[in-house]
Design a protein. Sequence first.
Length: 350
Amino acid sequence: MQMDEVENLGWRMPAEWSQHAATWMVWPHNQALWENTWGVTLAQVQQDFARVANAIARFEPVKMVVDPSALASAIALCGPRIELIPQAVNDSWCRDSGPSFIYHPQHGLAGVSWRFNAWGEKSAHEWDESLARRVLNHLGLVCFGTPLSNEGGAFHVDGEGTLITTESVLLNPNRNPGVTKADIEKVFARWLGIKKTIWLPGDPNYVTGDMTDGHVDGICAFARPGVLLVDATLDHCSVYAQVARENRRVLELATDARGRRFELIELYEASEAVDTGAEAFCASYSNFYIANGAIIMPAYGIAADQVAANVLGQAFPDREIVPVRINHLAHGGGGVHCITQQQPAWPVKG
């Protein structure tokens, strides 16, 4: 649906490849959650987070929110270029609980605090539901609240008016009962400057076991306007294969806000790395993060890592491709993009 007629106050969300002032992350500390729910030791997960943070810190500042109870481990593993910010938190998925940064040509930077309910009340979130507002307060930026239940991993934008999301997340009764696509598109148009929303089915039958219900950042990612890296699988008999085909079919037929059909570049998942004992193992190479001058990509210590790095190198010829091992983080269902949130530089460039 084109949203030219919907009121927009001049606010826009820049694409991830715009210049960053910093990357925000949240340090993992909830031992019971990681070890009892996901079956991986907290110490191993902290090492994965630290590897991601230290890799990003080569290219831009990293601001790490740390629950006061976990400061010692963060100090021990995070390098000197990472700023530690003590704040009470429940979990460690900054992409979802952190703010979505927006900008206005006259008013500068601000942020949107979505109504965060931990992916449909799946875990405790009494602290995380206010994290976006607290981050924006820390920066002295205006915070715009909205009753829409949403997470940062549920949508991608191209900076030119196009947004991609999934029906299985935003239309899920566990988030927004009774809310229509049109209602949601008006929110996106008003606060993110979106003119066209593309709706993928996501994971409508919840066959993957992913607690997010089908976040788009495990399905595809923009390389630039009109070009998408799309998650693909060589295992055509897997439960994910049909999900991937249905999402790809929608993208093949879609056009963006400027009327372009998408160029689709396949990124085959790290199927050899999957731990079948994990409740939901994130094997998606499309869950990478675009940092200043670099692509921080998930790596698993398998041959497919180099194949994915080659594809990303062709898609981003002007950026350094930096693989980071995340096997333990992936065992908990997440990837590099899930744990990072970009703060754009002002004025917005790129």
